[in-house]
Design a protein. Structure first.
Lengths: 212, 560
């Protein structure tokens, strides 16, 4: 098969978001409802790119305080520490916990950053109707979806410790404002990747075909 | 969009229901990044506003400090944190860079002091124990200046008194620091009223400057005529006044301290201003002597002044009214004689006569005392050396009215004025001893010894002739004497025999006389008989007395 397969949208077919019933639309300018469940029908996720951009930008903004603000405060009789994500990793590394430091670094720094970058990449390519490696871009999206939830590792640790270690003056662990920002980054990137419609990656192919 | 050519059969796909166009133009999703941006901005602004002041503090050592950990605390409240530690360019100091929080910026003025709080044992108390667990921190004492500053030189030891304690600082100048150190207590009537804040050696090396801080409200007891002395340790002195032991509190015995006292003056003196300078005396006596009007006098003695020392008391019937300040020797070339000039300081104020009270001008007082002393000297007031203690041989100068003084007067013209003296008792004693010795010296001892030699010669010859005589006697008398002795022995033996016989006789007599001897028994019997006879005689006598007629008529017959 030399030419890429035609999309359903090119035939005027549209799938309901809720009940997944495929229906035929005749008037593309007017909104249409699903004949079975009455949900508003769209060919593609409505304003996918815009929403994705909005969430992504919010994530980018919050990524800065997430890394610069204190994520965890640990106080004990002899010391009092306020750690950001990076200082915590450095502390772990310095105290010899290389494996944990590496895991935390990958889960809390690399993955969120890669997610942000790859989502940006996808969005730009979609907006530019790029034809570059659609398959690989789709794979990237799949990986994004898969890996996104694991970024919450830090938040799990902090919330668990804050809940468990409450020994009055002896030892205390508190979540810092950085934890909130970091949690927001993770959640927002998950929403952003949910908002992204991967079918948009393939739409330019259709156009190219038709123009040819 | 749709391609008409190869359209699949879509007849069985249900058609979508048409819907009128909705007005839904506002894209709410953009609220999210706006909110995020606002949060981020507010955080940035807050961080900018809360940004602390960066300061540098220079210390001798970085002991106990750690970048990012060591706190800066004012009154135990954290106001900042050490950000970095570095060695100064000349490698002599440690430069601490610290961030002071925004609300404590007001503390960063010229005279604010920083020091490292470590566990310390000094000045009789233990401080900074909490740092054993929590680690050292940098303490701050807020300055009062308004001159802002961001570079400080840290103190190596904590300041003894923090700047916000009310009170006044004074400067004392001493010959030596004694056992005074920073933090040494200051006592007023043995009550602690302040502390030594610093001791420094003067730049010219000729003394020590002690900075002291007297807490309010006690600082008002420091007047312009207040005297300070070292109340350090134990003051044990042995002089003509005897053995003296003086101590302040046990703390000052161990750590040294300063005591102060304000002598009563009429009218009361002014309070001393801040940073007023005072001399610091070595002892209470020194301090109290100071501040009194002293008049120097020169006493010239001809006798030895051995045992007299500088500081020896000038005594007036047991009351110390001055002290010896200088002892010298001077040679009178014309007469080749030594005399001992002794300078004293006399405190006329101690002769507190009633009419001298209330005068304020010192000069007027002095004139008064001149007059008074002139009168006294005219009445025979003199100085003499006396022995304070026979044990130690210490001398003191006594002022009194000795018997039969030669007329004299104070030579006010000299400097210092000469005060008339009389030879001391020791001197007189020496003089009379000398006279005795001179008399002994005058005796014709040599002639006497010559005579004695002659006498000895004649005695010798006499003894020799006596010896000869004795020998002659020996030759002629001894044989006769021997025969005489033999005879005498014989006689003695006879006497001995005679005595033995006598003893026997006496033994017989003894037997006769003993209680159970027959003679004795007989005697007793006889005596009893005699006694009975006497009784019968008494009966007869009685009868005859009652019946005298019976002599004539005979005894009457008993009537029936």
């Amino acid at each position: 098969m030399s030419a890429p397969p035609k999309s359903a949208a090119s035939y005027g077919l549209c799938s309901c978001h809720v009940c997944r019933l495929v229906s035929r639309r005749t008037d593309f300018s007017a909104p249409a409802l699903c004949p079975r469940c009455g949900t508003l029908l769209h060919f593609r996720r409505p304003r996918s790119v815009t929403r994705c951009w909005a969430l992504l930008i919010a994530s980018f903004i919050l990524y800065i305080p997430a890394n610069t603000l204190t994520i965890m405060e640990t106080g004990s009789l002899i010391s009092y520490r306020r750690d950001t994500i990076l200082s915590g990793i450095v502390h772990l590394w310095n105290t010899g916990s290389y494996l944990i430091a590496a895991v935390v670094f990958i889960a809390s720094v690399t993955i969120p950053l890669l997610k942000l970058i790859s989502l940006t990449l996808l969005l730009i390519s979609v907006q530019r109707r790029s034809l570059w490696h659609p398959r690989e871009r789709t794979r990237l999206y799949r990986m994004l979806e898969l890996v996104g939830r694991w970024s919450m590792l830090d938040i799990y640790v902090v919330t668990l410790l804050a809940a468990l270690v409450q020994l009055g003056n002896m030892a205390v662990v508190k979540a810092g404002p950085g934890a909130v920002a970091f949690g927001a980054v993770v959640v927002l990137t998950m929403f952003a990747s949910m908002q992204f419609d991967p079918r948009l990656i393939w739409d330019p192919m259709q156009r190219k075909e038709t123009h040819d | 969009m749709t391609d008409q050519n190869d359209k699949p059969d879509l007849s069985d796909v249900p058609a979508a229901v048409s819907e009128p166009r909705r007005r839904f133009s506002v894209q709410l999703v953009w609220i999210i990044p706006i909110v995020a941006a606002l949060i981020g901005l507010s955080l940035a602004v807050k961080a900018f506003i809360d940004r602390g002041e960066m300061i540098t503090i220079t210390f001798q050592t970085g002991e106990g400090m750690e970048a990012g950990k060591t706190k800066i605390k004012y009154k135990d409240v954290q106001i900042g944190e050490v950000k970095s530690l570095a060695i100064s360019k000349d490698r002599a100091h440690v430069v601490v860079t610290a961030e002071i929080s925004r609300d404590a910026k007001g503390l960063l003025v010229k005279d604010t002091r920083f020091w490292v709080v470590r566990p310390r044992i000094s000045g009789g108390n233990v401080t900074g124990l909490s740092t054993l667990i929590g680690g050292s921190y940098i303490g701050v004492d807020a300055g009062t200046s308004t001159d802002r500053r961001d570079e400080f030189i840290g103190l190596e030891t904590p300041p003894a008194v923090s700047l916000d304690v009310p009170g006044r600082q004074f400067v004392l100048r001493a010959a030596d620091a004694g056992s005074i150190d920073t933090g040494s207590p200051i006592f007023y009537r043995r009550y602690q009223v302040g502390q030594v804040t610093a001791t420094t050696l003067d730049k010219d090396g000729k003394g020590v400057t002690v900075t002291v801080f007297i807490r309010a409200p006690f600082d008002r007891y420091v007047k312009t005529n207040t005297v300070f002395w070292q109340a350090s340790g134990i003051d044990l002195s042995l002089n003509a006044g005897g053995l003296k032991l003086n101590t302040e509190s046990m703390v000052s015995v161990l750590l040294g301290g300063i005591a102060l006292e304000t002598p009563d003056r009429n009218p009361p003196t002014q309070e001393a201003p801040v940073d007023a300078a005072f001399p610091l005396f070595a002892s209470k006596d020194d301090a109290l002597k100071h501040g009194q009007l002293g008049v120097p006098f020169l006493l010239t003695f001809n006798e030895s002044v051995r045992g007299l020392v500088v500081g020896a008391p000038v005594d007036l019937r047991g009351v110390t009214v001055g002290e010896v300040t200088k002892i010298g020797v001077s040679l009178d070339r014309s007469r080749t004689e030594f005399s001992m000039p002794v300078e004293i300081v006399f405190y006329p104020e101690r002769l507190s006569s009633a009419n001298a009270r209330g005068k304020s001008a010192d000069q007027a007082k002095l004139a008064d005392y001149r007059q008074l002393l002139d009168q006294l000297v005219a009445h025979g007031f003199r100085a003499e050396l006396k022995t304070g203690s026979l044990l130690t041989g210490q001398l003191y100068v006594s002022l009194d009215f000795p018997p039969h003084p030669r007329p004299a007067s104070i030579r006010w013209g000299n400097s210092p004025p000469g005060f008339p003296t009389v030879p001391g008792q020791m001197g007189q004693l020496q003089k009379s001893l000398m006279q005795i010795i001179q008399r002994i010296d005058k005796l014709p001892l040599e002639q006497l010894t010559g005579d004695a030699g002659k006498s000895m010669h004649s005695l010798d010859s006499t003894l020799k002739s006596a010896d000869k005589l004795l020998k002659n006697l020996d030759n002629s008398l001894v044989p006769e004497a021997r025969s005489v002795l033999v005879e005498a022995r014989q006689s003695i033996e006879e006497v001995k025999k005679t005595l033995g016989e006598a003893r026997k006789t006496l033994g017989g007599a003894n037997q006769v006389l003993s209680s159970d001897a027959p003679l004795q028994t007989d005697m007793r019997e006889t005596l009893r008989e005699v006694s009975r006879a006497a009784q019968a005689l008494r009966v007869l006598g009685d009868y005859l007395e009652q019946h005298p007629e019976s002599l004539l008529r005979g005894k009457k017959e008993d009537k029936p």
